[in-house]
Ligand binder design. Structure first.
Ligand code: PGA
Length: 250
């Protein structure tokens, strides 16, 4: 049995003071959770959230990170800064970073390598657009994002990598992939990982599903063989929605 990890990606929501209040309420609401729970606040909200979660097992992730170690990179945030602030994971390659900010696989790969070197765990996001899916290119796109995103990553480092499959057409749209479609994409990702790293790495890899996950669909998604968690956007912003997602098996 693989571990389950459910993460909330707050995107550009929650001021520092809102984030602290929310995190404290969430910790109380999910204290009986039997899965790994992660929240990913915006950079400036990380500090107050880490403090608010001091007595909780909820972990804190960043939503992005610089590909550089330090220096003259105005506006960037380094792996060392994140670690010092109490962050243990970082989301990399989110489709919004790819589409809106032009991040390509090579750039994302540099960040993945640096994050792992700095002892951060990585949530690497992959997923196809509707256009790519309709053109029959789902597997080609996933294969490219996996192979290039994980270039030069060792089998040993893969123990600290989570892959999030997020079909772009399902993000923030209310359209969820059917559990069967999502499971098929996850199975494909696992088979690609097996080709690169062998069976035992592939079998233990956590693959999250992301894209309009809600309390009403989480159970059916989590029942699928290859779905080991969720990366939740919109529904991670209220305790009313995120707590039942985290407690899907209660
Ligand atoms: P959504 O976002 O749950 O709002 O669709 C998921 C994500 O982008 O990580």
């Amino acid at each position: 049995m693989r571990n389950v990890c459910i993460a909330g990606n707050w995107k550009m929501n929650m001021t520092p003071s809102e984030g602290a209040v929310f995190a404290a309420a969430l910790a109380e609401a999910v204290k009986d959770a039997s899965v790994r729970v992660v929240v990913a606040p915006p950079f400036v909200t990380i500090g107050p959230v880490v403090s608010a979660l001091a007595d909780s097992t909820i972990e804190v992730a960043a939503q992005n990170m610089s590909d550089q170690v330090s220096g003259a990179f105005t506006g960037e945030v380094s792996a060392d800064m994140l670690k010092d602030a109490g962050v243990s994971l970082v989301i990399l390659g989110h489709s919004e970073r790819r589409a809106i900010y032009g991040e390509d696989d090579a750039f994302i790969n540099r960040k993945v390598k640096l994050a792992l070197e700095k002892d951060l765990e990585v949530i690497l996001c992959v997923g196809e657009t509707l256009e790519e899916r309709e053109a029959g290119n789902l597997e080609k796109v996933l294969q490219r994002q996996i192979t290039e995103g994980l270039k030069d990553i060792s089998a040993q480092d893969m123990a600290r990598v989570i892959v999030a499959y997020e079909p772009v057409w399902a993000i923030g749209t209310g359209k969820t992939a059917t559990p069967d479609d999502a499971n098929a994409a996850h199975a494909f990702i696992r088979s690609e990982i097996e080709k690169l790293y062998g069976k035992s790495v592939a079998e233990s890899l956590i693959i999250q599903y992301g894209g309009s996950v809600k309390p009403s669909n989480v159970k059916d998604l989590m029942a699928m063989e290859h779905i080991d968690g969720a990366l939740v956007g919109g529904a991670s912003l209220t305790v009313e929605q995120f707590a039942p997602i985290v407690r899907y098996n209660k």
